[in-house]
Design a protein around this ligand. Structure first.
Ligand code: SF4
Length: 294
């Protein structure tokens, strides 16, 4: 596989993500993503990523990260995976994400990482190092417990069963990990059976939490791509979306209230966290324990 290289001008962006797993910075080592999720928000016009499915690597990213980290007066949590999956198929040989994690570990920063790829298992050793020096949380996004449906709506990444197996590996290695059920697609994945099954499998795999938002956002470009894909994969569904939501930005599941109650009930019974502040407190336990030593 040949991948185009581009140069990054800057890498770390300061964010106020206390509301999103407590990240202080966000960064993307790649531009674009080839996992093909039909609902992907990152292909929206507002992000200006032309030819989104073509992955480009920021060839100077690791060097730049080292420089930017050393210039920070205090450490913090770095979010990975917001606009592009850090474990795309090119990462297997390029190892850009792995090299960046080594820099993060060496500089004593923490991570909050999102992915859909089972390749994440490769870097368990680095997650452990980062956890021991600061804090680490790894989130597997799983929108459906059904492999056939995940292949339909997330065609170029491993099916859900492999993501649960990756979660098991992370949990066995003592990494604070869990599942993001985002988005929940109205009329497609918003059934009680699906949500209940994801929670059950997360608990069985040793995950610590489930976090969900009960709808999907649709913006310019993203909406058209989603509807075009629905037309070939689930005929008739895009017409139904247009009838119910028109051009709305946020398209909530009609069952969102019921699903929210279900998540609380099922997570409580399974011993999983589901509230953001509790999840943040949970994965920062190591960091707090380290700080208390001083
Ligand atoms: S893995 Fe994430 S960034 Fe990549 S296509 Fe899917 S939703 Fe988009």
């Amino acid at each position: 596989m040949i991948i185009e290289e581009i140069a990054a001008k800057t890498l770390l962006s300061r964010v106020n993500y206390e509301a999103w797993f407590g990240a202080d910075y966000t960064m993307n080592l790649y531009r674009g993503c080839c996992h093909g999720c039909i609902y992907c928000d990152s292909r929206s016009e507002c992000y200006h990523v032309e030819d989104f499915d073509r992955v480009r690597v920021k060839s100077n990213a690791v060097r730049m990260l080292r420089r930017e980290l050393s210039a920070k007066r205090t450490t913090g949590i770095i979010g990975l995976g917001a606009m592009s999956d850090s474990y795309n198929p090119f990462e297997q040989t390029l190892q850009t994400t792995r090299a960046a994690l080594q820099e993060i570990a060496a500089a004593g920063f923490g991570i909050s990482l999102d992915t859909k790829s089972a390749l994440v298992k490769r870097d368990l050793d680095l997650f452990q190092r980062i956890r021991d020096h600061h804090s680490a949380i790894v989130k597997l996004t799983i929108t459906t417990a059904d492999d056939a449906l995940s292949r339909l709506i997330e065609p170029h990444v491993c099916p859900s069963s492999e993501r649960f197996a990756a979660l098991r590996a992370l949990a066995d290695a003592g990494i604070f990990c869990g599942v993001l059920i985002t988005p929940v697609l109205p009329f497609i994945t918003d059934t009680e059976e699906n949500i209940r099954e994801i929670i059950r499998k997360t608990a069985n795999a040793g995950g610590k939490f489930v976090f969900s938002m009960f709808g999907v956002t649709l913006r310019t470009n993203q909406r058209q791509y989603f509807f075009d894909q629905l037309d070939t994969r689930i005929p008739g569904m895009s017409v139904h979306y247009q009838h119910v939501f028109g051009n709305d930005y946020y398209c909530p599941s009609p069952h969102h209230q019921r699903l929210k109650t279900l998540v609380q009930k099922e997570c409580r019974a399974a011993g999983l966290l589901w509230r953001m502040p509790d999840i943040i407190r949970g994965y920062r336990t190591t960091e707090n324990a380290q700080l208390s030593l001083f």
